[in-house]
Design a protein around this ligand. Structure first.
Ligand SMILES: CC(C)(COP(=O)(O)OP(=O)(O)OC[C@H]1O[C@@H](n2cnc3c(N)ncnc32)[C@H](O)[C@@H]1OP(=O)(O)O)[C@@H](O)C(=O)NCCC(=O)NCCS
Length: 322
């Protein structure tokens, strides 16, 4: 039998740089209260959002993804021609066919890279990050661009207070390359497809609906183990975590998870939801970009990540920040 030859991989993958794009338009809670029966106090107390960004017509998913991807490339020091894989995580693609990742890659000037979209709900970017790191380790790719981009307002009823106050738009990205010392730990991913109705666009409808309380219960009871497993597989413990950046769905969930994990006082907790709302696949790279830009997180920090959402899906890993 003919033996198949495998490509030589790298000892590890590392994140080389982050980039982000936040839509221009800020929407405050008070602005929303003018058009629907809600108020700043309820939103801040229950979800933790003070304001969010909503994309304007020219801020398409393509444009936001290209902008975030371009900044991540610049931060990485690589040229677009050096990318051999581009992944776009999104749950709000403007069309089913064709996928958007090839066009994003082309706009960035990449030379015929592998390119595909990843739809794993709000866990999409962490799924894509795990796939990117594994591709580098196996030798399928050397340098990978991983974008999380969303225009959730296209799929939200902006008059429905149960979702309109929560979902928002934006894009975040990271470039990964080969490394001698692993900078991305093993991904712990999974799904609970029996709850696929919990966050969905019901058949025949145009806007998303969410069984908020059921998802809250699931996130706060089922996902602490995932975070523990991500640390265990990466060989680190709570005391090693410099930055905790879970999906930005609800500030109460973020703080509850941080308490349950027993993270030390010094750990920086991503609270980007306060000014960005819930941006699904974009939320983790947006939060990490903001922490690096503000100096709250620094190069070499060990970060614990977790994405979770529609599917229901979840994915977590430990990474070293660039
Ligand atoms: C969505 C979420 C913020 C809602 O918060 P909650 O505390 O569960 O609120 P409930 O849905 O129980 O609603 C409580 C009350 O507030 C009301 N309410 C709902 N939205 C409101 C709003 N925007 N403003 C004011 N009141 C509101 C409800 O009608 C309800 O009123 P009632 O008690 O008179 O029936 C919360 O459930 C959540 O964050 N869930 C998890 C979301 C998540 O993690 N998603 C995963 C990835 S996308």
């Amino acid at each position: 039998m003919t033996a198949i030859t495998l490509t030589a991989g790298a000892p590890g993958a590392q994140i080389l740089g982050f980039g982000s794009y936040r839509p221009r338009r800020r929407v405050t809670n008070d602005e929303l209260a003018q058009t629907m029966d809600t108020n700043d106090e309820w939103i801040q107390a229950r979800v933790g959002i003070a304001e969010r960004r909503w994309a304007e017509p020219d801020e398409t998913l393509l444009e936001m993804s290209v902008a975030a991807g371009g900044k991540a490339l610049a931060a990485s020091g690589l040229d677009a021609a050096e990318l051999d894989l581009v992944l776009l995580a999104s749950a709000s693609l403007p069309r089913p066919i064709p996928g958007l990742a090839p066009e994003v890659a082309h706009r960035l000037g990449a030379k015929r890279p592998g390119a595909f979209d990843v739809n794993a709900g709000c866990a999409g970017w962490c799924y894509a990050l795990g796939s990117a790191a594994d591709s580098i380790r196996s030798g399928s790719a050397r340098n990978v661009l991983v974008i999380g981009g969303e225009r959730l307002t296209d799929y939200t009823d902006l008059t429905d207070r149960s979702t309109a106050v929560i979902f928002a738009d934006g894009a975040g990205a990271a470039v990964l390359g080969r490394s001698q010392t692993p900078g991305v730990g093993p991904v712990v991913w999974g799904s609970d497809g029996d709850q696929s109705e919990a966050i969905a666009i019901p058949e025949g409808e145009k806007a998303m609906s969410m069984a908020g309380q059921a998802v809250y219960r699931w996130a706060t009871t089922r996902l602490t183990d995932t975070l523990g497993e991500a640390m265990r597989r990466a060989g680190v413990g709570p005391d090693d975590i410099d930055v905790f950046a879970p999906h930005q769905a609800n500030l109460r969930i973020i703080e509850l998870m941080a308490r349950r994990l027993g993270l030390p006082e010094r750990t920086v907790i991503a609270r980007d939801i306060v000014r960005s709302g819930n941006t699904s696949s974009a939320s983790v790279p947006l939060a990490l970009s903001a922490l690096l830009e503000s100096g709250e997180a620094k190069s070499g920090d060990v970060a614990l990540l977790l994405g979770y959402g529609a599917g229901l899906t979840f994915a977590g890993q430990v990474v070293v920040l660039p």
